[in-house]
Design a binder for this molecule. Sequence first.
Ligand code: ZN
Length: 240
Amino acid sequence: MKNAIEEVLPGTHHRLCAWHLLRNATTNMCSPRFTSKFKDCMLGDYEISVFRNKWQTLVEKFGVEEKEWLNKIYEKYRSWATCYIRGKFFAGFRTTSHCEGLHSLIGKYTKPHYDLSEFIEHFQRMLGHMQFRKFYAEYESARGVPVMQTCIEPLEMCAADTYTREVFFLFRPILIRSGAMRVVDYQTRDNSVIYYVCRYAKLANVWEVEWVDNGNAITCSCMRMESFGISCEHIISVLA
Ligand SMILES: [Zn+2]
């Protein structure tokens, strides 16, 4: 599949299914505690240096340096470790079961013995059900105003107005974390400005937020915006 994807869909990133990886980890390593730590390394939203330290600690703690399955899977870290996949947009998909959920829904409405006209009729029923769920989500988004929880209420209110309610609840923790970020330096270039952002002004981790005048675009070196489709706390701290 990996080879086919590279050929047919050039420029895309092949990602391994997190559910299958965890199942294989459980089968091959036979330790629920190992699987739990492995899951943390795989799905944790860490910087690359933190991921490497965690992996080293995991391998040493469980004494699994010689495990063939583990060494083989580590070679493919660019296909499963969240910190190496960052910058690629997957619309929240981490497992094949996300797609299988849609298959299962179609399966509830259609049966193998249906002829074409019956299939279309029942497929339309399924589309109606999905449209109802969309309308209901829109209704929930428009109903009332969530209680503001941050001290930057105008920005929080603007986000509550702009985003759907579900995305707003994903965004609010980021807005809260942006309060811990400080712009410690900046550098002006030809048509852009680079802001250097640290948490509590500690220089251990520095993120670079670049604002490009031409096109009014803003990007961050953490690439969480490209990964999840929502601004990171570093960009918010520059804009706020
Ligand atoms: Zn960032």
